[in-house]
Design a protein around this ligand. Structure first.
Ligand code: KG4
Ligand code: ZN
Length: 340
């Protein structure tokens, strides 16, 4: 079974062909990073326009790379939420048009569910390595951490979820992006902060951790303000050493809370495995800190499957397709769509 996935929920125009929900035949991503770098975050209007320009060539490239034609596909899976309205519209409408024109079924995909199903993809097609075992045991505890999301989700079985907690203000990735901008580091901020932090001392500055006891919720806006206040108190120019110490201390504050709450949620719910998904899950210290707190496997992804891509949309779409889910032509985008 071959499914074409289409993803345009934020700032990546992506299309991919996936076989049987696990083998990546192609995975094309047109990133808009350069376009948004000058703003230090995603500029929705520009994102939408860039998707319009990129979507057709990206889909064609995905079919070419996979060496398949439209007739070789079983269905088209597209993200319909959550995300930026103007961005979601481009991918979903393209998918609808293609499905109608080529006589293929359309499968609606929740972007958050797609981030989870990235874990069922074989990351090395040659060896079929990297994917989760089909026969894995539930429950599974998933931490989805990206530029738009910070959510702890308990997965009882395929398609059955409980929302345990999430951010009350900024998403974790958003905090990385904003603090990177304050520190004069490049966009996206996550990789830039992680790199700067390698030369820094994580105990140089004692930034606040919002524990929000008794909940699995997160809050990063106080931390961001603490970084801002610290910078305002100090006069320029900032030395590379100072920036590295700030980056390392900020990163430690975010990672400690993410890892600790993930570990607590996994233990409290007797999770059999933890899945780390989303752009921020590319962060090595998040992986190390989470593993250090748990004895169960903590499954991570190669960077290309952490950030937004369409292979994960096709993977989630395959499970939905097998479950008989089909979208009507009246399917609309749902920018605030939840997983549970
Ligand atoms: O999953 P993603 O591509 O987009 C959303 O769905 O939002 O995640 C992008 C986010 C950005 O905020 C970026 O700064 C962050 O993931 N990110 C990282 C790292 N790599 C990407 N954050 C921390 N450490 C990293 N290594
Ligand atoms: Zn995402």
């Amino acid at each position: 079974m071959r499914i074409l996935g289409i993803e345009t929920s934020c700032d990546e125009t992506a299309a991919a062909v996936v076989e049987d929900g696990c083998t990546i035949l192609s995975n094309v991503i047109a990133s808009q990073v350069d376009l948004h770098a000058q703003y230090g975050g995603v500029f929705p209007e520009l994102a939408s326009r860039a998707h319009v320009e990129a979507i057709a060539p990206v889909v064609e490239q995905a079919l070419r790379d996979a060496h398949v034609g439209w007739d070789d596909l079983d269905a088209i899976a597209a993200t319909y939420g959550p995300g930026l309205p103007g961005s979601l519209l481009v991918g979903l409408n393209f998918a609808k048009g293609a499905a109608l024109g080529k006589g293929l079924p359309l499968v609606p995909v929740n972007h958050l569910e797609a981030h989870l199903y990235a874990h069922w993809l074989h990351t090395d097609a040659e060896s079929n390595d990297g994917a989760l075992d089909e026969a894995m045991t539930f429950p599974v505890l998933a931490l989805i951490v990206s530029g738009g999301h910070t959510e702890l989700i308990l997965v009882h079985d395929h398609g059955h979820y409980t929302y345990l907690g999430g951010t009350l203000d900024d998403a974790a990735g958003e905090a990385f992006d904003k603090v990177a901008r304050l520190l004069g580091l490049s966009y996206p901020g996550g990789p830039a902060i992680e790199q700067a932090a390698r030369q820094g001392n994580a105990r140089a500055f004692d930034f606040p951790r919002a524990w929000l006891p008794g909940t699995y919720d997160f809050s990063f806006s106080g931390l961001k303000t603490a970084v801002l206040r610290m910078l305002q108190r100090l006069s320029e120019p900032r030395s590379p050493r100072f920036v590295a110490d700030m980056a390392a201390s900020f990163q430690a504050a975010v990672i400690e809370v993410l890892a600790e709450k993930t570990a607590q949620a996994a233990k409290a719910n007797a999770a059999q495995v933890v899945l780390l998904s989303g752009g921020v899950s590319a962060n090595a210290s998040l992986r190390t800190a989470t593993r250090a707190r748990l004895e169960i496997p903590v499954h991570t992804l190669p960077p290309i499957l952490c950030t937004d891509n369409a292979a994960m949309v096709a993977a989630a779409g395959t499970y939905r397709y097998r479950a008989g889910v089909r979208a009507g032509w009246d399917l609309d985008i749902d920018p605030g769509l939840r997983l549970a």
